[in-house]
Design a binder for this molecule. Sequence first.
Ligand code: DX5
Ligand code: ZN
Length: 233
Amino acid sequence: MLKLGLTPPVPLIVPSILSADFARLADDVAKVEEGGAQMLHVDVMDGHFVPNITLGPPVVRSLRKVTALPLDVHLMIADPDRYAPLFIDAGADQVSVHYEAATHLDRTLHLIKSRGCRAGVVLNPSTPVSVLEDVLDVVDFVLIMSVNPGFEGQKFIPNSLRKIRQLDALRFERHLEFSIEIDGGVSSANVVEIVEAGCNWLVAGSAIFHSENPAATTAGMQTLARGVRSVRV
Ligand code: DX5
Ligand code: ZN
């Protein structure tokens, strides 16, 4: 059962536009808004840090014009200090950087926050939660990758649930309020166990945008997430 810390986490399903039709982004965004989405996940890949290339600041700027939803920009890029400000200027509400790509992580997180943006750190599946000990009081959120980053439609790595539980326990013990996000292989089949582990934001790409009805799928997953019983211990 979910343990609550200082603030009861509100689980949100966060559609990832990586699986949308890039020629019809505004239409696809409207569909998940209709399904009750309250945040959008935007995957930025540079062909260096990950073996794929997606989009840059102009797309974020265009998205900003067609939706009022917060934009959650996930930077899978080398040299995040250089590029994070460009995405913030384009309209990102929160930006996450990979632990594995940030040489001076503390500086990068403060740089993002100093520009009025929420700052997150991301861990690859092979990176343990323990490396975050000294930044947990700086971050606004931690993103646990439940696939190796780079592509949509991959299989969920179950060890991610253990990492979510570890983070949730640390959050509780240290009286911190960062959010916990998961990304990769999320679908209606695993929403409940992910929320039970202590996750607040569940990113889902292919499960939503490759479904028959993205609005209904978003709403259905959101209902499953909200239905998880929580208890204060
Ligand atoms: C993967 C991306 C994810 C991707 C998830 O590297 O960071 O955000 O969109 O896609 P699914 O939900 O299909 O695994
Ligand atoms: Zn992502």
